[in-house]
Structures are given as structure tokens and as C-alpha cells.
Write a protein that binds this ligand. Sequence first.
Ligand SMILES: C[S@@+](CC[C@H](N)C(=O)[O-])C[C@H]1O[C@@H](n2cnc3c(N)ncnc32)[C@H](O)[C@@H]1O
Length: 252
Amino acid sequence: MKTHRSVHELVRSAYGAAAKNSSSCCSSSCCGGPKPAASEGELGLSCGNPVAFSKIKKGMTVLDLGSGAGKDVFIAAPLTGPKGRVIGVDMTPEMLKLAAGNLLKFTARTGLRNVEFRRGVIEKLPVRDGEADLIISNCVINLSPDKPAVFREAFRALRPGGSIVVSDIVLNRELPPALKEHAGLYAACVAGAQQRREYLGAIKAAGFKGIKLLADRTYRAADLELDPFTAKAGKTLDGAASSITVFALKKK
Ligand SMILES: C[S@@+](CC[C@H](N)C(=O)[O-])C[C@H]1O[C@@H](n2cnc3c(N)ncnc32)[C@H](O)[C@@H]1O
């Protein structure tokens, strides 16, 4: 049985290595595998596109849980404009370093100074109550050892009337015990994923209303071949996991 601390250490070490290797773009045991980011940075480790589903307006404060190298932060920031803000939270120092480098390029390119990265864990967010209008997250909550705590924190950090749009991996059936304990599969965002019903239940239990699935795609064995960890378990994993994007509202 993994403790919360040991899960954080495992994840930090996998994503620290991914951040360090990003310039050589090697394969990784991480969620989604390295892909080119839309603007700043080389590292996008995502399983959806929460910004595309978010109706970001000028002046909004957007919070990105597990912001990594900042891919979604840098897409959201021009949409909020100079009067808005985007805050990325991540617990891996190497990722924050990569994000800081990307921020310099972003500022030089856009002239915007509305982005901030904070070090912290998503189970205890380094933000004030009601600070955010919108919370996004891309392939991160599955890595948390305490998903109900993440949704409770998201609820606290949102202003009444605010919403979350999160892309993540959920399970459609139980994984065999050997796969559940596999560290590489954990970092690859599969072994730590929750059953779909539990995941949506945790959002509801945190107090959110109007929960809606905006995207839902089931992984087949062929999709998993690109990643060295998931490829080995290809047949067993066929159809076992889906990438979903969920909307939920904190009512006024
Ligand atoms: C799969 S990557 C996704 C990064 C980014 N959202 C993207 O789409 O490129 C997961 C990121 O979440 C961070 N992370 C994982 N668990 C976390 C936690 N409990 N608290 C804070 N950050 C976490 C990792 O450090 C890593 O940067």
C-alpha cells in the first residue's frame, strides 16, 4: 500500500526526469508522452484539451492544476488578456524550472505579464478561497493519491459561480493487481486512475453541480503502443481506460 507521500515522490521523480529530458524529447513513462506544446516549451503531457472547452473571458483568473511546463497556461493567458491572470500550480521543481524558462519566452513574445507559477500540491492548493473564476487541469488528478481532496480544494479555490473543466484518465474496469502496483504505469497516468463512477462521485461530493462530460475517448491497445510502459500491458489494458473532459459548476 503506497502512502500519499510515497506517491508524490514517485510522481515527482518521474516528471522531474521528463522535464530534464524534454530537450532531447526521449520517450517517457509519463502521461501522454512528450508532444510539442502549442507555443512556449517542448513539453506537453496531456490527455485532453480543457482550454478548448472553457469559455475563457477577458479579465478572468484561471488556475491550472498540475501545470507542468505550462502548455495550457500559455494558451489561456492571451484569452484572459492583461486584466486577467493565469496561475499554474505544480509540485515538481524541474517542471517549474521549465515553466519559468517558457514564461520568459512567452513574455517576450506577447508582452503579457499575467502568468504566475506557484509551487505546491493540488491536494492543498497555494491559493486563497474563491481566488479563481475557472479551474482547468490536464492529465494530473489521476496522479493524485487523494482525488476527493483535490476536488474539495478546487471547490474552495473557486468563486461562487465559477467552474472547472478537467481532462483526465479514468478506468472502465478494475486493473489486475500487478498492473495497479506498477510504478511506470502509475506515472503513465493509468495505474493511479480511479473508476469513472468514483471519479465523478468525488466531484459531486465536493459540492459541484451540473456535472457534464464534454469529451470521452476510450483507449484501445493500439493507442498504448507508443508508450513503453503501457505497450507491454497493451492487451490487458485494451478498453480499460478512457480520457474524459468534465465540466462542473460551483453554484452561486
Ligand atoms: C502528465 S503531466 C501534465 C502537465 C500539464 N498539465 C500538461 O498538460 O502538459 C502531470 C503534471 O502534474 C504534476 N503533478 C502530479 N501530481 C501532482 C500533485 N499532487 N500536486 C501538484 N502537481 C502534481 C506533475 O509534476 C506534472 O508536471
